[in-house]
Design a protein. Structure first.
Length: 146
């Protein structure tokens, strides 16, 4: 059984991408608090890459901005790609199939679509996974966590 259910906050405005055959897709990072405190008494947060397709992607990009509290139900998927330097990068993400808008925040940017046209490609320049997926720095970006 491959099922996952998460509730968390979107770390930046989702952007739609048009991919082959007129399909749309969006990816975003969901900040999910753990349900316990560490030894310092602090709640730790996991940052989970989520991908949505079709109407779910369109509605999320249209109605949710950075800080929106949403629920994502779906499955975990692993994939990999090869960089120009021939190193292999592995990515684990949640493919969302059921989205619930719990508390939406306005988008900071009115542009729903990426400048990218055609099939989705991963960046060719070398970036760490944190840079590639724009994982937030909670200390510098003031990310609202519930």
């Amino acid at each position: 059984m491959n099922q996952v259910a998460l509730v968390g906050r979107i770390t930046k405005d989702p952007i739609l991408r048009r991919v082959s055959e007129g399909r749309v897709q969006t990816s975003f990072v969901l900040a999910v608090n753990r349900n316990f405190k560490n030894q310092k008494g602090e709640v730790e947060t996991d940052f989970v890459l989520c991908t949505l397709w079709g109407k779910a992607a369109e509605n999320t990009a249209k109605h949710c901005g950075k800080g929106s509290l949403i629920g994502v139900g779906g499955r975990i998927q692993s994939r990999s790609y090869e960089r120009e330097d021939k190193s292999r990068v592995y990515v684990t993400e949640v493919i969302g199939e059921d989205i619930r808008f719990i508390l939406t925040k306005k988008r900071t940017n009115d542009n729903l679509y990426s400048e990218q046209v055609g099939s989705m490609t991963l960046p060719k320049e070398e970036k760490s996974d944190a840079e590639h997926f724009n994982l937030p720095n909670r200390e510098t970006e003031g990310l609202p966590i519930f």
